[in-house]
Design a binder for this molecule. Structure first.
Ligand code: ADP
Length: 489
């Protein structure tokens, strides 16, 4: 393909054809000739021409018909009419019908060059215009696709997003923003004050727009019964502030979590402070020589030691809680022979039981091995057993059962102790909750044991239940779904 252009000369006069060819070849163009309309059609079908010079007076297929055909089937080819004076009117009609230009015979080489050059320039111009139009259409399509994509992305965000222009009109918002701020259907393109009924947010956005510079404002905000972190940032284009974008992040859970954390910390501090105070008090009395009697000193030291033991238990329980909360401490699920572990643990608690003359009875059904973390099971069982001894009466008993109950494995620890008042039965699983009455006053504890037990049981999709009768005893039953944890060994 010739880059400068290709021309087909259609004339039944061989001298015209050859003359034109010679002149145009010198111009660096590709040139071919046809002696009539039919041959021209044939060549146009085979090759690509940019411009066709057509004599109107042609044998077989007239110049007009050829032009007509060109116009309908090859609109990209620029048609130029060659005409003699007698058919000047025909040339005018031809131009009207779509021929781009005409050149009357006889013509000079200069005239021919000029008319062909003009025709080709027009062709390039049309091509360029078409290319630009296509590009523009493509860009518009891409832009609309991008917009749709952007919209879906913004709409799928859980944070609320609002975009405001320089004039303070709402120009974009997502579904989350609509829900958080209860935006009306027709709030788009309306001034912020009319569109958004939140004065605090409007104030933030307006003060940012007023500053006219690249900056971000941040503030926590309560909307309905939720807490949000609102960030408002300047939208800057080419160094100029063109609007502001606000994002609203729901931090309700985070806020509640930090409140719970603070409450927990203050509870822990309180629980540590009181035994420490007692220990310090006893030590002061002894060190300052206020108490001199050896037996009294011994008694005080014993009591201080008991308090120190309570502190140690508290620290152990806190560590167990921390271990449960920490995701880094992986549970090691192994098939456990619970009957064996229970027997071992009961042996360890035998001395403590004997101190109060308590008898421990074990009734262990044959059960499958259970897939569990050993430490978890030991924590569950020893906390229940320890309580059953601690809150028992002298000469009482503890019955331990392990058996299948329906789809569950049931671990039951019964005691003949002081029982739990009905109003406390729900609360004993709360952190640091202890029943406070004359019977429990002297029994040491942290109030964390049962909350640890409950957390572990829940982690294994199980549940814990308490039945109790004041003055007669309590029954704690732990149920673990066998379907999840039983292993055939
Ligand atoms: P702690 O025993 O260290 O105080 P727990 O969380 O194990 O903490 O128990 C919470 C409270 O529930 C105890 O303070 C006690 O009042 C009551 N409790 C738990 N187990 C028994 C039981 N077997 N008999 C009577 N009361 C119990």
């Amino acid at each position: 393909m010739n880059k400068k252009g290709s021309v087909l000369v259609v004339d039944d006069e061989v001298s015209i054809c050859e003359g034109c060819k010679k002149i145009l070849l010198k111009e660096g163009l590709y040139v071919d000739t046809a002696k009539d309309g039919l041959e021209a059609k044939e060549k146009i079908r085979r090759e690509k021409f940019d411009l066709v010079l057509v004599d109107l007076k042609l044998p077989q297929l007239s110049g007009e018909d050829l032009l007509h055909w060109l116009h309908s089937s090859n609109p990209d080819i620029v048609p130029v009419v060659i005409t003699g004076y007698p058919s000047f009117d025909g040339a005018v009609t031809a131009v009207k019908e779509g021929a781009y230009d005409y050149i009357p015979k006889p013509f000079t080489s200069g005239e021919l060059r000029r008319v062909v050059r003009r025709g080709l320039e027009r062709k390039w111009l049309i091509q360029e215009m078409r290319r630009l139009r296509e590009e523009q259409e493509k860009n518009l399509k891409l832009l609309s696709q991008e917009r749709t994509k952007l919209k879906s992305v913004i709409n799928s965000m859980t944070d609320g997003v609002l975009v405001v222009n320089r004039l303070g009109e709402l120009v974009l918002y997502n579904c989350a923003a609509r829900q958080i701020l209860n935006l009306e259907e027709r709030c788009l393109n309306r001034p912020l004050k009319e569109a958004v009924g939140n004065d605090l947010l409007i104030g933030m956005i307006n003060s940012l727009l007023a500053k006219q510079k690249k900056m971000t404002l941040s503030q926590e905000m309560d909307i309905d019964d939720k807490n949000y972190l609102v960030n408002v940032a300047a939208v800057v284009d080419d160094g100029k502030l063109i609007g502001a974008v606000a994002s609203l992040k729901d931090i309700t859970r985070l806020r509640r979590f930090s409140e719970t954390k603070l409450a927990f910390l203050s509870m822990v501090s309180h629980e540590i402070r009181s035994p420490l105070g007692v220990i310090e008090g006893y030590l002061d009395l002894i060190l300052k020589g206020i108490v001199k009697d050896e037996q009294q000193i011994k008694d005080m030291m014993k009591k201080a030691k008991e308090r120190a033991q309570t502190l140690r238990q508290l620290v152990d329980d806190l560590l167990s809680l921390a271990r449960m909360e920490s995701e880094r401490v992986k549970k090691e699920l192994v098939p456990l022979d619970l009957r064996k572990i229970i027997s071992e643990m009961v042996d360890l608690y035998q001395d403590k039981a004997e101190e109060k003359n308590i008898k421990i009875n074990i009734n262990l059904e044959k059960i499958p091995a259970i897939l569990m973390d050993r430490n978890d099971f030991i924590l569950v069982f020893t906390n229940l057993l320890d309580n059953a001894i601690k809150y028992n009466v002298k000469g009482g008993s503890v019955n331990i059962y392990i058996k299948k109950e329906g789809p569950d494995l049931c671990l039951r620890v019964e005691d003949t102790g002081i029982g739990i008042p009905p109003e406390s039965r729900e609360r004993i699983f709360d952190e640091f909750y202890r029943v406070k009455n004359e019977k429990t006053r002297r029994i040491p504890g942290t109030g964390l044991g049962l909350s640890i037990v409950q957390r572990i049981v829940k982690a294994y999709q199980g549940r814990i239940k308490v039945d109790s009768s004041e003055g007669r005893g309590s029954v704690f039953s732990v149920y673990l779904p066998l379907e999840n944890f039983a292993v055939e060994v």
